[in-house]
Write a protein that binds this ligand. Sequence first.
Ligand code: ITT
Length: 191
Amino acid sequence: MKIVFATNNPHKLEEIRKITDGTIEILSLSDIGCHEEIPETGATLEANALIKAQFVKERYGYDCFADDTGLEVDALGGAPGVYSSRYAGEACNPQENMDKLLRELNGKSDRSARFRTVIALLLDGETLFFEGEVAGRIIEERRGEAGFGYDPVFVPDGYNQTFAELGNDEKNRISHRAIATRKVVEFLLSV
Ligand code: ITT
């Protein structure tokens, strides 16, 4: 089976190709000649995942799936959430987003948070959603080199290391996206 994963994030592609391990051929946006930035204008992770998947289906005709992920921090009322990639401003980088997060949490004792991934799948005229979540906490300074985004400041429950310290193999075993992706893969292999 061949399906498009509507992302240009190389970390996500590497993660999903490891998880699917050759059972499904995953095409990226650049594999299908799509080099546009798909505007993520939704107010929820579900809406953004669907926007990305529908964009590909409408313009390129492929069945596809897309994910949107947010980091939800309890002491910040669920922020940055759907705005995780642009928490510190439209053109900001992951370092600036992490700086802002650590600043906002400065002095706060409740550091609980979760990563939540929603995947929208468009297949044979149907729309399906899959979800994965990992609870954890935000530490006070960055630790570790692996992964991307907020990985250096997120320690999943049951661990002492950040996602960035755990490394890609362990992260792929337990991550929000791995949980959601495994659900999609299981579904795709069952149809
Ligand atoms: P695409 O839209 O091209 O898929 P993106 O980088 O914009 O890629 P998302 O909208 O899904 O990815 O994620 C929003 C931000 O949340 C992302 O820029 C990261 O900063 C952060 N993020 C997502 N998944 C993460 C993960 O597994 N670990 C750490 N941070 C993550």
